[in-house]
Design a protein around this ligand. Structure first.
Ligand SMILES: Cc1cc2nc3c(=O)[nH]c(=O)nc-3n(C[C@H](O)[C@H](O)[C@H](O)COP(=O)(O)OP(=O)(O)OC[C@H]3O[C@@H](n4cnc5c(N)ncnc54)[C@H](O)[C@@H]3O)c2cc1C
Length: 549
């Protein structure tokens, strides 16, 4: 069976699959301590936000000095132990993550508010057409919070804003007519659940939790006047929460021409955004008869780190069940499986030796859509069908609204890392996969974060402050379909400042690992089992309940 086409050789030359390795558990793995589906507050409880801000300020003026991370952390922990905001060790401790820190140093200014002059929204400007008309909504009876996005972050914060402060008038603006879940969707591709299992009604969620579902697309916002513009009229607000998710960055895989991007998106969709992309992929898998089905794993902090590996297992399970002369060819940008390495590698070897061909360190540099060839840095790969997952960036709405962080290589939002508000704007918040922090871009993380930020906004409205809560991720992956067997990985994150506490000090070097812009605590179950499979179904149901019941 053909698989790889070395640049110099004739097309469709064959090569045997690369053998899965058993390199032990992940030096490269990124996450930490796993949590149950609806786990509560962070491992380290709450830290006063004002305390954290002092340190960020100090750090902002700090030059690099070449100390090791451990030395830096030690120094910082000592300072904390005596309860002093001692400038020297704190400066040192933070120099390693300067790009995370919101603006300062004078070199880059935060985004200005267009009309930041008062506390009350002004009337909408005289704009033509729908932009100049007020949306048809009930008159607010309390401070209005507009939540953009009815995904995992938006649905959860809409519910919890009402719980935290019932006087809030919450309007959730979402362009889709109904909800379809990405989490658990790989199980549907593998034939383990029906499509209905993934689908829910926004109307039911809104009615149950006493907020308003507004089915419209948000086009723009004037944060100074506190007005958002949608394709169904403008809405005045007191707070704005943005949870728009991700967009794809096709330029990062060498596809620049808009016509090529459009064809690639339509003919070989990534299926990492919910809806038609998934329906197309499901049809492709069900109709596939023989040959090579290529999946890709992008660079960077992409949505759902284990998602592409889990998908490879589920697609391969379909081919195996049908006894097809077909293979999943998994092209990974990373030098090895990025997360849950042992669990996935073992599954590839034990269950799918004849059905998955894994290729690490493949940097996709272009795609010939008509010729069905993926251009790699070292070799090209032909395919019969594919789902091509490009690099991920923050949703384009973040850019449209002028909220891009100059520190984020993936075009994410410029927010306070502890309170999630846009820098210099305590009335606009960003949560979910458009955040710049290095947490896992997962529904589980978005839900926990949404609950916390609901508290932050509610406290702000009441003139109070609350302490920071560590985010967490709980993440199951189904690796076998017959019978359903899963593996598990859990993470809890600490931003560098909090990681300086003596308590965290004991853990760094044990299970805490560096996770991009944060530290993460790993907890994992890499031995697949039917019990873990059942736990994954329970995880899905619990997380859906969190948003819809
Ligand atoms: C295949 C797959 C498997 C996954 N598996 C897991 C898993 O097992 N566990 C897990 O925890 N996570 C998983 N995830 C990740 C999870 O789906 C995301 O991290 C999560 O959805 C992020 O939530 P969000 O609110 O940031 O974005 P989303 O859930 O994508 O929500 C964004 C919403 O905003 C709406 N929107 C955007 N722009 C506008 C606009 N201008 N106007 C109106 N509406 C707008 C969109 O329509 C969308 O509904 C998986 C993802 C995929 C694709």
């Amino acid at each position: 069976m053909r698989a790889i086409v070395p640049r110099s050789s004739s097309p469709r030359a064959a090569r045997s699959p690369s053998a899965p390795g058993g390199e032990g558990e992940g030096g490269e793995e990124n996450s930490c301590r796993e949590r149950a589906a609806d786990a509560g507050a962070g491992l380290f409880g709450e830290f006063p936000i004002s305390f954290i801000e002092v340190r960020l300020h100090v750090n902002d003026q700090t030059p690099k000095n070449g100390l090791s991370r451990r030395d830096l952390l030690k120094g910082a922990a000592g300072a904390l132990a005596v309860g002093v905001a001692a400038a020297a060790p704190l400066r040192a401790a933070e120099v390693e993550t300067p790009r995370l820190l919101p603006g300062n140093g004078g070199e880059i200014l935060p985004p200005p508010l267009p009309h930041a002059n008062g506390n009350t929204p002004i009337a909408a400007p005289n704009l033509p057409g729908v932009l100049g008309r007020e949306a048809s909504l009930p008159k607010p009876k309390g401070p209005r919070v507009v939540v953009l996005g009815g995904g995992w972050g938006g649905l959860t914060i809409s519910k919890y804003l009402k719980r935290e402060f019932p006087k809030f008038d919450v309007v959730m603006v979402e362009s889709r007519p109904n909800f379809m879940s990405c989490p658990m969707s790989n199980l549907w591709l593998g034939g383990l659940v029906e499509y209905d299992f993934l689908c829910y009604s926004f109307l039911d969620a809104a009615a149950r939790h006493h907020y308003t579902f507004f089915n419209a697309t948000l086009l723009d916002a004037d944060r100074g006047s506190r007005i958002v513009y949608t394709d169904a009229g403008y809405i005045k607000y007191d707070y704005l929460v943005l949870s728009p998710g991700i967009d794809y960055d096709y330029d990062a895989i060498g596809v620049h021409d808009p016509a090529d991007k459009s064809r690639l998106m339509q003919e070989y969709p990534a299926a990492f955004k919910p809806g038609s992309e998934h329906l197309t992929l499901k049809r492709k898998i069900d109709q596939f008869q023989k040959g090579l089905f290529v999946l890709t794993v992008p660079s960077g902090n992409y949505r759902c780190l284990p998602g592409p590996y889990e998908r490879a297992c589920m697609v391969a399970s379909v081919f195996k069940r049908k006894k097809l002369a077909a293979k999943v060819v998994l092209l990974d940008h990373n030098p090895d499986v990025k997360i849950k390495k042992v669990g996935f590698r073992t599954a590839f070897e034990d269950l799918y030796k004849d059905y998955i061909e894994y290729h690490p360190s493949v940097d996709v540099t272009g795609v010939d859509v008509s010729g069905k060839v993926i251009r790699g840095n070292l070799e090209d790969f032909e395919f019969d069908d594919a789902a091509i997952y490009p690099r991920v960036r923050g949703h384009k709405l973040i850019e449209t609204l002028g909220l891009l962080s100059p520190y984020s290589p993936q075009k994410e939002a410029w927010i306070d890392l502890y309170k999630n508000n846009v820098v210099n704007d305590p009335r606009t918040y960003v949560i979910g996969d458009s955040r710049p922090m290095g947490y896992s871009k997962s529904g589980s993380t978005a839900q926990g974060e949404a609950k916390y930020v609901a508290k932050v906004i509610s406290a702000h409205e009441q003139g109070k402050e609350i302490g920071w809560q560590a985010p967490y991720t709980s993440c199951y992956s189904m690796v076998n379909a017959d019978p359903p067997e899963a593996i598990f990985f859990g993470s809890e994150y600490l931003l560098p400042v909090v990681a300086m506490t003596p308590l965290s000090q004991e853990r760094i070097g044990e299970k805490w690992v560096e996770f991009g812009t944060a530290f993460a605590w790993r907890d994992e179950q890499m031995v697949r089992s039917p019990e873990m499979g059942q736990a994954m179904f329970a995880w899905g149901k619990a997380h859906y309940r969190e948003m819809f019941e």
